[in-house]
Write a protein that binds this ligand. Structure first.
Ligand SMILES: Cc1cc2nc3c(=O)[nH]c(=O)nc-3n(C[C@H](O)[C@H](O)[C@H](O)COP(=O)(O)OP(=O)(O)OC[C@H]3O[C@@H](n4cnc5c(N)ncnc54)[C@H](O)[C@@H]3O)c2cc1C
Length: 403
């Protein structure tokens, strides 16, 4: 396995880092009040990002992107993850990036022109509406929301929540049951729903850790009440919603992990800098204390371990595909999320009261990234999946719920 980066990629990552230094970090203080306040400046920075050729790393050039392959994009994700605004300013923020990927892969030519092109250029925003308040999101084959055919339309009914970026989005991709009598994995479809469709109701932005957020940086509850869209808005084939979701989530988890590594490195830098500069008595920096030294050493080792695990999973996806790398993806999803949480916690501890304020990005990361252990599959689901795959080699076949 060779995980070294090619000189062209090194050059690209350096350009991206320079852009982060010049255009992204300086905007962070505006975001601490609210994303709404950062938005005008962030959107100006987006335009400059486009003109430097660093826009939309994951999209092909015919859609105005850089056309990076999977692994180089993962490396970019680490650089951009160092700031809460990085992915947004570079045009590859979740959930738009995942929606672009599935529109590109499964969308009709008409759907691509209508939705993918303006999404890729950053003219519009999208959201992904799968999780429901009344159904366990950890079992995505069990949904209440239905889409029933009525002539040339689907009529959608159901309630969703944690639809990230649903506030002021232009379009939603909705998971709804279209084939209730099919096998559990073949019941739901993904349907493109413009948010101005009749019956699309934005109920509220959920307050998450005390923050309602705004626009892209928020999570919404949405009601679909006799929401009507043309059947042409079906993405891919009927009953393939779960398959498309899996396509999106596998590689998406690698990108999340790389973004988390970027956050870890930023938190690590801040922690070390504080340990070196903050004096606990004359000429005695915090870093002279053994507890702080141990936090630094443990964090370094854990971040490095997570990074090599992520590279290994990405390497296996590249060589053998997402399905073959399922166990590696499960391992890194819970391992990297745990490292992220521990590193952020230590960095806040080293900062003392300052760590609790929004004068550094640590508190923002801590509030928003606690969810890393929950979304895209909670820790426990990934641990069980990994253990089941291992136990299979020991002659035990267990169903997905351990039955
Ligand atoms: C910040 C954030 C953003 C999100 N963005 C989106 C989005 O854009 N679109 C969208 O559709 N959804 C989104 N989600 C929802 C997310 O996908 C779900 O929260 C996740 O799938 C878990 O579902 P749940 O919350 O219903 O928890 P549940 O399924 O109710 O599970 C609760 C807990 O039970 C435990 N558990 C569950 N299953 C098992 C098991 N098999 N074995 C052992 N323990 C188990 C886990 O500890 C889990 O955390 C987001 C969530 C968050 C927090």
């Amino acid at each position: 396995m060779d995980f070294s980066t090619a000189p062209e990629l090194e050059d690209l990552l350096e350009r991206a880092s320079d852009f982060m230094d010049r255009e992204v970090y300086p905007l962070e203080s505006t975001m601490r009040e609210s994303f709404e306040e950062a938005l005008p400046l962030a959107n100006e920075a987006r335009e400059r990002c486009k003109s430097t050729g660093l826009w939309a790393p994951q999209m092909p050039s015919e859609y105005g992107g850089m056309g990076l392959a999977f692994l180089p994009h993962a490396h970019m994700s680490e650089v951009l993850g160092r700031s809460p605004l990085g992915h947004y300013i570079f045009g590859c923020q979740a959930p738009d990036a995942g929606n672009m990927e599935i529109l590109h892969k499964f969308g009709s030519e008409q759907q691509k022109e209508r939705w993918l092109r303006p999404l890729a250029s950053g003219q519009i925003r999208s959201c992904f509406s799968m999780t429901e308040p009344d159904r366990a999101g950890s079992n995505p084959t069990w949904l209440d929301t239905t889409a029933v055919r009525d002539g040339d339309d689907y009529v959608i009914n159901g309630r969703k929540w944690f639809t990230t970026g649903g506030h002021l989005a232009d379009v939603a991709i909705v998971m709804a049951v279209t084939n209730p009598d099919a096998a559990p994995h073949m019941r739901a479809s993904q349907i493109i729903v413009p948010t101005n469709s009749p019956g699309f109701h934005h109920i509220r932005r959920l307050s998450v850790m005390g923050e309602e957020g705004y626009g892209w940086s928020s999570h919404s509850e949405i009601a679909y009440q006799d929401c009507r869209v043309p059947v042409d808005n079906l993405l891919g084939q009927e009953g393939f919603g779960f398959t498309i979701a899996q396509e999106r989530l596998g590689p998406g988890r690698i990108h999340h992990c790389m973004r988390w590594l970027g956050i870890c490195e930023r938190a690590f830098d801040l922690m070390c800098d504080r340990a070196a500069r903050r004096m606990v008595s004359p000429n005695k920096p915090l870093g002279s204390r053994q507890a702080v030294q141990h936090w630094i050493a443990e964090s370094r080792a854990e971040i490095d371990a997570a990074r090599w695990m992520v590279y290994h999973a990405a390497w296996k996806i590249d060589r053998e595909g997402t399905r073959a790398a399922r166990s590696e993806i499960s391992s890194i999803k819970f391992f990297a999320a745990g490292v992220l949480q521990r590193v952020l916690d230590r960095a806040i501890q080293v900062h003392g009261a300052l760590g609790m304020t929004d004068d550094t990005p640590l508190a923002w990361f801590f509030r928003h990234e606690r969810a890393a252990r929950i979304y895209d599959g909670p820790d426990e689901v990934h641990k069980s999946a990994l253990a089941r795959a291992i136990l299979k080699n020991y002659g035990i076949e267990l169903g997905s719920q351990g039955s």
